[in-house]
Structure formats: C-alpha cells, structure tokens
Write a protein that binds this ligand. Sequence first.
Ligand SMILES: Nc1ncnc2c1ncn2[C@@H]1O[C@H](COP(=O)(O)OP(=O)(O)OP(=O)(O)O)[C@@H](O)[C@H]1O
Ligand SMILES: [Mg+2]
Length: 235
Amino acid sequence: MSSDTRDANTVLMNVEALRKNFTFEGETIPVLQGLDLTIYRGDMCSIVGQSGVGKSTLMHILGALDRPSSGRILFNGDDVFSRPDAELAQFRNRSMGFVFQFHHLLPELSAAENVALPRMIAREPKPHAVERAKALLEAVGLSHRLKHRPGELSGGEQQRVAIARALAMEPALVLADEPTGNLDQRTSDEIHELLVQINEERNIAFVIVTHNQALAEMMDRRLVMRDGVVYEGGP
Ligand SMILES: Nc1ncnc2c1ncn2[C@@H]1O[C@H](COP(=O)(O)OP(=O)(O)OP(=O)(O)O)[C@@H](O)[C@H]1O
Ligand SMILES: [Mg+2]
C-alpha cells in the first residue's frame, strides 16, 4: 500500500514505549529501550539494523511470542498483553502469521497438512482446512508439491510453504524475520516478489526483518533499528 493512502483510521498496531530487558548471569541487558512504532493496515515495512541490536526480540514481542518488560501494544485498539498466556496463544494464531529464517515446518506432515495446521488448531474440520491450504499453496506457486514433506522440498519451496502457512488464518499482519536469510540470491528475489505480490493482492501488512538491501528497497517503509528504538529511514 502506498504511503499516501495511510491515515489514522487505518492504524493496525500501536507500539508504545516498549522496553525489553534480559537478565543474564545477574546482569541486566536493555535491548528495547522505549520503542514507539505504528503499523498501518496493508503496510509493507522492512526493519534493518546491526546484528544484536534487538530485531528478533522486537519481532517476538510484536508477535506476542514473548512479553515486554514494560510498555504496551494495541492491536486493533486492544491491549495485547493484558491477555493471560492461554488467550495470548489463541490471539496469535488468529491474528498473525510468522515466517522465520528457518521454516519451522513439521517434518512428518505434508506441505498441505502444514498449511492446514493453523486452521485445524482453530478447530476447523480437516477436509475444509486442507482445501484452503491447497488454494494457498497454489497462490504461492506450489500446487505441484501438495503431498511433499518438508524434507522433500527445496529451501525456496519450504519457505513458500511457510509463507502459505502464515496466510492460513487470513491474518492482518505477517511478521517475517530474515525470511530469505538462508536462500541463494535468485531464490531470495523470487520470494521477495512473492511477498510484495501478496501484500498488494491481499492488503496484508508485512513487517520484514532483513539484511538484504534489495528487499529493503522494495518496501514502502524502511525502518532502522538502533540503540533500542526504531527510526523511519529514508528512501
Ligand atoms: N533470552 C535471552 N537472554 C539473554 N539475552 C538475550 C536473549 N535473547 C536475546 N538476547 C540478547 O539481546 C540482544 C538482541 O538479540 P536479537 O536476537 O534480538 O538481535 P538481532 O537484532 O535479531 O540480531 P541478528 O541480526 O544477529 O539476528 C543480543 O545482545 C542478545 O544476546
Ligand atoms: Mg535476529
């Protein structure tokens, strides 16, 4: 979505004064240090920053996989971390998709079953969940690999399955942490184009952590993380 179509009515996520400290061998490590960020519906954002600056820590908290030390996140106006852990897991499954550097697919399940899993966890009957999964695998160019297990797919194909799985619940937001960090240049380029296409066709917001300059440049918004906060980067 282009930046001029954004306005206050389309805010998806408000991140307010987020702090995260880790304690390691008695020492406190401040990683997120009062971070503010607004994500809009259909946003396409990259986050770049030096190794160890806290990008993955931020993604885990945006995705409600971990709680902040302080600060809050509003998602569609709701305070995410006011929920108890059990509800947080349900919220996560319903509202967000994740794509990681390593795909985290289940090795015993076929591509179609892996993509169907979030809907089955949400108690949708398997045949219906698998039908939806097939449509998504078609959308990511994998209709010819439905029954393959992850070990029988190439790295790029595995990542396409992971992307299809991230879309399974029709989330408003997909978080991707170095989604092509493990792939060769050409395969990375194809995956980047796929992500941009999905963003444009489905109006799903993406936040993508990347070390890949070419990918960062394809994004509407480029965020830079430094000293525990994020800055809006220039073109
Ligand atoms: N569970 C933990 N306990 C203690 N320290 C941690 C923990 N997780 C992360 N850290 C520290 O927090 C800092 C930020 O880590 P993080 O993984 O978020 O960095 P990153 O920006 O994603 O780096 P990279 O680009 O290498 O993936 C690092 O210094 C790391 O050592
Ligand atoms: Mg990281």
